[in-house]
Design a protein around this ligand. Structure first.
Ligand code: NAD
Length: 366
């Protein structure tokens, strides 16, 4: 298995491979870049078919976190961890405790948060052996509501703010009354986004593979139910994919009838060149890692401590970042995803000299 010559290797600073035969733990931690601060990212548990597949995922995802945190102007670097195994059958308290001990050994260079296959209770078990876990503290959220540590409400609000910035840029309107929006996936983030949009007067179409989630949006928010085949192809002002990645692809892009894509799901573009395909069709794409940064902002402030007002103000910065991305994309004819990558690189490369100071400031607040 190649590491330094791996296609996904991007000058990652640190890779750790953990094995604990007693508990069956096999895990990889990848720290991509810490120039802005310690690497924060989810701990994913998945039954990878091979070590190679796990390595590929952790290299790719950790790099993505560097870009997301830098673009969100957080004093954080990018990292990710993967535990190889089926979360339904291989997960045990002992395995999670072993993971916690390993994370402690990294001395805070990497901070783990919830991801697919792990939950807040799992992170709390790891947290018995390390202080380097995040997203587990009950507190008051950005909107003054009690929070369990689940970042979804903040992600949904950030997506709403970003969607408004996209609508303003593309459609020249700030009032959302009567705006037509189709949401794919009305789970933790999508449903809350739908609620913000309904309150702002938008008309919604929704689809969810879980019938009860879709029905809740229909009953409680007056949304129209749409089919799986139609939801992304409706002739609406905005498509908001909030379920899964790779939905913007060779099949869907030529058939889209919208002019704005603004949704929370990660990795929406199936391939990087789909960014250009959207621009060529005149569709404004709000890059996923810019618009869905509310969650990482929330987790950051959980650890450093901040008033709800400060968190809200930072989340609202997502709108300004997107406005800058859209403006630079228009001026340069470069697609929005590529512009977002460039801005993120400007933000994390510029910080190279302050890594240690930033890390100390962050750790001191734990
Ligand atoms: P969730 O599991 O609570 O909700 C996803 C919803 O999508 C579920 O209701 C599910 O039934 C539905 N769904 C799945 N496949 C579907 C399909 N093919 N068609 C229609 N609906 C489908 O997850 P979430 O926390 O709401 O996250 C949604 C997306 O946003 C994910 O891609 C996630 O990675 C991303 N995201 C979430 C956060 C966060 O704070 N939760 C932060 C950043 C990014």
């Amino acid at each position: 298995m190649n590491v330094f010559s791996h296609p996904e290797f991007d000058n990652h600073e640190h890779l750790s491979f953990f094995c604990d035969p007693e508990t069956g733990l096999k895990a990889i931690v990848a720290i991509h870049n810490t120039s802005r601060g310690p690497a924060l990212g989810g701990c994913r548990m998945f039954p990878y078919a091979s070590d190679e597949e796990a390595l590929r995922d952790v290299l790719r995802l950790s790099r993505g976190m560097t870009y997301k945190s830098a673009l969100a102007n957080l004093d954080l670097g990018g990292g990710k961890s993967v535990i190889i195994g089926n979360p339904r059958t291989h997960k045990s308290d002992a395995l999670l405790e072993a993971m916690g001990r390993h994370l402690e050994g990294l001395g805070g260079q990497y901070i783990a948060a919830e991801d697919s296959g792990t939950s807040v209770p799992d992170l709390k078990i790891m947290g018995q052996h390390t202080k380097h876990v995040a997203g587990i503290v009950e507190r008051t959220a950005f909107d003054g509501q009690p929070s369990t540590g689940d970042p979804s409400p903040t992600t949904a609000y950030g997506t709403f703010v970003g969607l408004k910035a996209a609508v303003k840029h593309k459609l020249g309107r700030e009032d959302l009354t009567g705006l037509k929006v189709a949401i794919q996936g009305v789970g933790n983030v999508g449903y809350r986004l739908a609620r913000h949009l309904t309150e702002a007067g938008a008309e919604l179409w929704v689809h969810d593979i879980h019938q009860e989630n879709m029905q809740r949006a229909v009953d409680e928010l007056g949304a129209h139910a749409a089919s799986a085949e139609d939801i992304l192809l409706l002739p609406v002002d905005v498509i908001a994919p909030c379920a899964m990645g790779a939905v913007l692809n060779d099949d869907s892009i030529p058939r889209l009838k919208t002019t704005v894509i603004a949704g929370a799901a990660n990795n929406l573009l199936q391939r990087p060149d789909h960014d250009r395909a959207l621009k060529d069709r005149g569709i404004l794409y709000a890059p996923d890692f810019a618009i869905n940064a509310g969650g990482i902002i929330d987790v950051f402030y959980e650890r450093t401590g901040a008033s709800p007002e400060k968190v809200r103000a930072h989340v609202e910065g997502i709108g300004r970042t997107l406005a800058e991305i859209f403006m630079r994309s228009d001026r340069s004819c470069v697609p929005t995803g590529e512009v977002a990558n460039t801005i993120a690189e400007e933000r994390f490369r510029k910080h190279s000299g302050v890594a240690v100071a930033s890390r100390e400031r962050f750790s001191g607040a734990i």
